[in-house]
Write a protein that binds this ligand. Structure first.
Ligand SMILES: NC(=O)c1ccc[n+]([C@@H]2O[C@H](COP(=O)([O-])OP(=O)(O)OC[C@H]3O[C@@H](n4cnc5c(N)ncnc54)[C@H](O)[C@@H]3O)[C@@H](O)[C@H]2O)c1
Length: 338
């Protein structure tokens, strides 16, 4: 989109681990983005993740209509020095003086936000008992289902999920809830996870259980990536047998041109940062704007309208939904409301 405002890379004084905080944009307001804690092979891989994910957070907040920008924290390492590393992160965020706040991401959870919160107040999603809004994945799941309605409307002419088939890849905090919500509509469901223990949920929902490879290439209406990123590559796109791909997993495309391959095959891809905005929408609604449950529900439902707008712009301008979403995000960031 454009270059980062600030990038801090430091060996944490308490943990000795590489701590990376990337603030991409504060043009629309305080930058938001979770804290990823992961043992990368090289700290530069962590930096690449922080840069990519913080840029996506700017687009996510802009398209969600939030008065926020994008940032990201990455701790490179395992959890053996977890508490010290989280304190290091808190110290860096405190130095930024409120221009950036963090929350949970891969490798961290609400309890870790309490630990970061020992050094800074700029932290979201502490447990409810500790004064935060807790786990954001229920909001992400509800927003994902709203997005799936928009996808079905655009691709099949009706938002009715009950008439469609879905393959959910990953039954974690978000994917498990999405599968449950889809099952409640009566939709036909295949599910998969690398963790065999998740098969119990498939049985409970009456969903078919397949391997991750089978789930990705299943002949269903919509594949719903809800595990890790990078699932859409030139090879996997060539093997897809679905009509659309839409899910909450971050960074689903291995590279931007893969969106063109999906488009060329007539497979509708919903930009992941639009689909997965429910988490940040619900957390900021509860903690910053103190909105009622009805207001939060309306905002989550609004993801369907946002996505419909992206699809309409893509058709109008004869570009991919990825390009249309990126153009709209850029426009909003460069022309903040007065
Ligand atoms: N939690 C949120 O609120 C939120 C918000 C925005 C985006 N996301 C994104 O959504 C995705 C899922 O997040 P989550 O919080 O549910 O994570 P999670 O760790 O709770 O769940 C991920 C699940 O995917 C499974 N998995 C891992 N590799 C797999 C593979 N190759 N095939 C099938 N299953 C696999 C894991 O076993 C696990 O059950 C991530 O990409 C995350 O970045 C989450």
């Amino acid at each position: 989109m454009f270059s980062h405002e600030r990038i801090i890379i430091r060996r944490g004084p308490e943990s000795g681990l590489p701590i990376i905080v990337a603030v991409h944009s504060t043009a629309l307001g305080q930058a938001l983005g979770g804290c990823r804690f992961k043992p990368y092979a090289d700290w530069r891989d962590g930096l690449a993740d922080a840069l990519r994910l913080s840029t996506a957070m700017t687009a996510k907040c802009a398209l969600a209509g939030l008065p926020n920008g994008g940032g990201k924290t990455v701790i490179v390492g395992d959890r053996s020095r977890g508490e010290a590393a989280l304190h290091d992160v808190g110290a860096v965020i405190e130095e930024l003086g409120g221009s950036y706040a963090t929350g949970p991401d891969v490798g961290t959870g609400p309890d870790d936000m309490v630990t970061i919160g020992a050094r800074t107040s700029h932290v979201f999603c502490r447990p409810v008992a500790a004064g935060g809004s807790g786990d954001s994945s229920p909001g992400t799941a509800v927003g994902t289902v709203a997005a799936l309605r928009a996808v079905c409307e655009a691709q099949f002419g009706s938002p009715d999920l009950a008439r469609r088939s879905f393959s959910v890849l990953g039954l974690g905090r978000v994917g498990g809830r999405v599968a449950r919500l889809l099952a409640e509509t009566g939709a036909k469901l295949l599910v998969t996870d690398v963790d065999p223990a998740k098969r119990a949920l498939a049985d409970e929902l009456g969903a078919g259980w397949v391997t991750p490879d089978e789930g990705l290439t299943a002949a269903v209406d919509v594949v719903v990536p809800a595990a890790l990123g990078g699932v859409l590559t030139p090879a996997s796109v060539a093997a897809l047998r679905c009509s659309a791909v839409a899910g909450p997993a971050n960074n689903q495309l291995d590279a931007e041109p893969t969106a063109d391959l999906l488009h060329a095959r007539g497979i509708l891809w919903a930009p992941d940062y639009v689909v997965s905005a429910g988490g940040v929408i619900s957390a900021t609604a509860a903690e910053l704007r103190h909105e009622t449950p009805a207001q939060v529900a309306a905002r989550l439902d609004g993801i369907a309208g946002t996505l419909a707008g992206v699809f309409a712009a893509a058709r109008r301008d004869d570009v991919t939904p990825a390009a249309a979403a990126a153009a709209e995000a850029r426009r909003r960031v460069l022309t903040p409301p007065g």
